[in-house]
Design a protein around this ligand. Sequence first.
Ligand SMILES: [Zn+2]
Length: 169
Amino acid sequence: MVILWFFLAHWFICLFFQTFFHHRYASHKMFTMNKFWERFFHLSTYFAQGSSYLTPSSYAIMHRMHHAFSDTEKDPHSPNFFKDVFGMMMHTKRIFHGLANKTIEVSPKFLGNYPTWDWLDRFGYGWPSRIFWMVSYTVFYAFFATEWWMYLLLPVHFMMGPVHGAIVN
Ligand SMILES: [Zn+2]
């Protein structure tokens, strides 16, 4: 029981922060908030996404490109150019990495006007943080899982951010 509640809670909290912070705030600036609340929600987003933290600025750039190039081959994740969701997610992941590590060039029209927090974005996107969260979820399961199949939910926790990304799109 505890595990199922934990799973549902994590699922909905991640969905909320991705919709609210990544999509509406970072990508589309549908509303404004002052620096305090922006930091507050940025940090909350990190805690919610944990092992699958998506840098909000990279998410915003990618999402703006997605809207601008919708269903052309420059769209970072157009369903029309991939046979399956998995291929599309791998492609999206490559672009996202490039954006997060600043190794791909982006037209200036997609840049700016999104929340950035240098050390948190770098730390949250790095492996030490990801591994810490994955170990934490696993320890939680080790304490509370009552059935073997519950462990099958763990990979979903690990990948929560990208999973929602794929569903939202
Ligand atoms: Zn959008």
